[in-house]
Design a protein around this ligand. Structure first.
Ligand code: PRP
Ligand code: URA
Length: 209
């Protein structure tokens, strides 16, 4: 079974509380999503492999460490996942970015995929899938299905707020992936919203409602 980790750093918890507030503006919401994604990135990248290399400082030759292994791809689930990309790119600027478009049908809550655009060598990459919300888990499961169909094998899922039901569904469908979240909330309401949650992440991020 992959890892499931709630990243509870004080700075993340503080920023997340502001993010949840109803009166937080679109501008501030956008900034906070990126800041939290960046802070989570430290933890999510903790196990990236290192290799020893010989370098020369102005004083002498020395053996030091640098990143090695698979190159990274960041894959946001549209729309709301886009809000987390810049925060992670500030840590790993050379990462490629793929996109998977999924929306939830408002009546059935079933996910519908409408776009997949990935780096050609996605099967060779360590992938960070990002989406602020895991509610029923349907969108996350579909996005990972889609990636695996294209050969992706090394996948970590990074979310901000998750519902226990959604995490369970994702773990059952894809037990091999690691899941990171900043908060595991209480439950889902009848409309499939996470409670207490933060509302509709895409609408709050883009100001569409
Ligand atoms: C939101 C969110 C997730 C999904 C989670 O996207 O960003 O992708 O809902 O819900 P689930 O776990 O029940 O599938 P939404 O469908 O609202 O699309 P949007 O980002 O384009 O607004
Ligand atoms: N999608 C969101 O954006 N928010 C929720 O609470 C549930 C799904």
């Amino acid at each position: 079974m992959g890892k499931f980790q709630v990243i509870s750093h004080p700075l993340i918890q503080h920023k997340l509380s502001i993010l949840r507030r109803e009166d937080t503006s679109t501008k501030h919401f956008r900034e906070l999503v990126n800041e939290i994604a960046m802070l989570m990135g430290y933890e999510v990248s903790r196990e990236l492999p290192l290799e020893e290399v010989e370098i020369e400082t102005p004083l002498k030759k020395t053996v030091q460490k640098q990143l090695t292994g698979k190159k990274l791809a960041i894959v946001p689930i549209l729309r709301a996942g886009i809000g987390m990309v810049d925060g992670l790119l500030s840590l790993v600027p050379a990462a490629k970015v793929g996109h998977i478009g999924v929306y939830r049908d408002e009546e059935t809550l079933k996910p519908v995929e409408y776009l997949v655009k990935l780096p050609e060598d996605i099967d060779q990459r360590q992938i960070f899938v990002v989406d602020p919300m895991i509610a029923t888990g349907g969108s996350a499961v579909l996005a990972i299905d889609s990636l695996k169909k294209r050969g992706a094998a090394n996948i970590k899922f990074v979310s901000l707020v998750s519902a226990p039901e959604g995490v369970k569904k994702l773990q059952e469908a894809h037990p091999d992936i690691d899941i990171y979240t900043a908060a595991l909330d209480e439950n889902l309401n009848k409309k499939g919203y996470i409670v207490p949650g933060l509302g509709d992440a895409g609408d709050r991020l883009f100001g569409t409602k």
